[in-house]
Write a protein that binds this ligand. Structure first.
Ligand SMILES: Nc1ncnc2c1ncn2[C@@H]1O[C@H](COP(=O)(O)OP(=O)(O)OP(=O)(O)O)[C@@H](O)[C@H]1O
Length: 585
């Protein structure tokens, strides 16, 4: 095996393959094609020769090592390859006389395309809902947590009073049988059936990613000794006696919440400004909790005052009941065409993902595509609509009852979900209650009303996100009479971002999503075929070519998703993650 050390090559005498020692290295090596700087050693170096020989030796161990070396080489070349071209253009050949121009050994050359590719890859992996943090969470954090967290079993609990009973579970206040077994205090136990597994998964995810957003989850396990059949037992710390639903039903609202969240001794006189300040604080806490969930890829889908509990320990509102939540990082509980929603608080789209998007793909595919699917559907905006309705209920006492809210929903639907149109329609006949609500939201130049209208909109894409809402000037106000210059600038910026610039994109997405059905306004197969047949060399049709390429790419994605649909329809496979839920022995 002849391997020569290359120290110098002049551009006038390009090296022959033998002088490069090509015959001695794998001709399929990516390093050859990508022009990687090949570090070649002279034959007389015994150690080098030996190691080279060892790698090529055909036993299983060496094959694995060789494969690993190839892989590392490939990855290295993708990101720090010098480029493709003639040897001297890619190998940084220096001049032997001016030694400083010779390449330094082992120096890492980062190319611009390499940097752009690396940056793009990292941005994609960290974009909401976070593919990379998801892997870290699932394979490292979840594993470590399991090793250290305390475990419980059925007999550890003494049942107390019943706190609630829903269609899928019963909730009790409980205490630990052994009083001295820690400082757990009072706990809450939910015995859940159908959606218990999902709820355990979501609560564990939340505990690792954004613990302050939801009630403090302690443990969850499958208990199979019950006469009723297998039940999931979920344990939380007891956060407090009141949900937001209890609090807003009181005639005292929002003053009954004031001392709980702002402390005693508020110096403002009772009136709209003081009420506005309390409502702002509640809404901010709720948006903060939601932002935590959305940033980690979880959409709650059942945001309502009944599912917002006041935590006496942290003096903040927290979210409960993750049984209907969906984890879009890995596609858990994502059933686009079917889910249980509370019609009082549900957004008009009812489904968080386009029903044109197939059922959740298999976990690795879902994870890889999650940033794309998230951006195409903006599923978090479903929760934002419900949050907007909660703001509305806090501002208008007449909508706090079920019948009041149902009536409002009907009126809004008649106005095509346009809050401004609804305001105009009720304006002339508004009673004192309604007028007071409008007055409250109109404080400080109407920024409260503006925030409300940016949350309660028909199109999910036009609704604000939880993060953007938190940056709204509505929350900067501390009862001031006028907005500062900075606040005004931020308000202008917020308004600008609220414009729907994406009409063109939406048009394309919709056409793509509905492709195959002329009735629905999408491209028919024939039209798609026509687009595919457009000849790329025609200069005049560059736009059409681009559109055809986009369509082809999109069809490939949809095809991949569709292929994994069947796989997912098998319930056993869609519950792959539930094997991580502990079972009581
Ligand atoms: N961590 C907690 N601390 C204190 N109370 C809690 C906690 N979790 C739940 N609760 C109480 O239990 C009630 C029922 O909880 P939850 O909504 O999770 O159950 P559910 O069976 O899903 O009920 P529903 O179907 O009616 O929503 C809540 O309204 C609340 O009063």
């Amino acid at each position: 095996m002849h391997v020569h050390k290359v120290t110098h090559m002049t551009p006038l005498s390009p090296p022959s393959s033998s002088s490069l020692g090509i015959g001695s290295i794998n001709p399929l090596s990516p390093s050859l094609f990508l022009g990687k700087r090949v570090k070649l050693k002279p034959l007389q170096e015994p150690t080098s020769q030996k190691s080279r020989f060892t790698i090529l030796k055909p036993n299983s161990h060496s094959t694995v090592v060789a494969a690993a070396v190839e892989l590392v080489d490939l990855v290295h070349n993708v990101f720090v390859g010098v480029g493709v071209g003639l040897p001297c253009t890619v190998m940084e050949c220096g001049d032997i006389i001016y030694r400083s121009t010779l390449p330094r050994s082992n120096s890492l050359t980062l190319t611009i395309p390499g940097a752009v590719l690396a940056f793009g890859t990292l941005s994609y992996l960290w974009a909401t809902p976070g593919v990379a943090p998801g892997f870290w969470d699932m394979f490292v954090l979840a594993f470590v947590e399991r090793l250290f967290r305390p475990t419980f079993k059925k007999d550890d609990f003494v049942l107390g009073k019943k706190l609630g009973e829903g269609a899928f579970g019963v909730v009790y206040k409980v205490s630990l049988a052994k009083k001295n077994s820690g400082k757990e205090g009072d706990l809450v136990l939910k015995k859940a059936t159908e959606y218990g597994a999902v709820e355990i998964w979501m609560n564990e995810r939340v505990r690792r990613a954004c613990a302050n957003s939801c009630a403090d989850f302690v443990y969850g396990f499958l208990e199979s000794s019950s006469k009723k059949g297998a039940e999931y037992w979920l344990i939380w710390r007891f956060e407090g006696e009141s949900t937001l639903a209890d609090l807003i039903q009181s005639k005292e609202f929002p003053y009954n919440v004031e001392s709980m969240i702002l402390g005693e001794g508020q110096d403002l006189p009772k009136g709209l400004e003081r009420e506005n300040k309390i409502i702002q604080t509640i809404l901010r806490q709720l948006l903060f909790a939601l932002d935590g969930l959305h940033s980690t890829g979880i959409v709650h889908r059942d945001i309502k005052p009944q599912n917002i509990i006041f935590s006496e320990g942290s003096r903040t509102f927290k979210i409960i009941d993750l049984g209907a939540a969906t984890d879009l990082r890995v596609g858990i509980n994502y059933i686009p065409k079917e889910f249980l929603l509370d019609p009082r608080y549900a957004a008009p789209e009812q489904y968080i993902m386009s029903t044109q998007t197939p059922s959740a793909p298999s976990a690795p595919v879902a994870a890889a595509l999650s940033p794309v699917l998230w951006q195409l559907n903006l599923p978090d905006r479903f929760d934002i609509y419900s949050t907007g309705l909660i703001l509305l209920q806090m501002a208008f006492p007449s909508f706090r009852s079920d019948s009041g809210l149902i009536q409002f929903n009907r009126q809004l639907k008649r106005c095509d979900y346009d809050l401004n149109a609804w305001r105009k329609s009720v304006g002339p006949r508004a009673n004192a209650d309604l007028r007071r609500g409008f007055e409250l939201l109109d404080l400080d130049g109407g920024i409260g009303w503006e925030l409300l209208t940016s949350m309660v909109r028909y199109k999910a894409r036009q609704r604000t996100s939880a993060k953007a809402a938190l940056a709204h000037p509505y929350f900067d106000k501390e009862g001031l009479l006028a907005l500062s210059i900075m606040q005004n600038l931020r308000l202008q910026f917020f308004r600008a971002t609220q414009q729907d610039y994406s009409e063109a994109v939406i048009w394309i997405i919709q056409l793509m999503a509905r492709s195959g059905t002329k009735k629905d306004g999408g491209f028919t197969e024939a039209q798609l075929q026509e687009l595919r047949e457009i000849r790329p060399q025609k200069k005049s049709s560059a736009q059409r070519n681009a559109l055809a390429s986009v369509l082809q790419f999109q069809r490939k994605i949809l095809k991949t998703l569709n292929e994994s649909m069947d796989e997912l329809n098998q319930r056993r496979k869609s519950m792959w993650w539930s094997r991580w839920i502990p079972r009581e022995e």
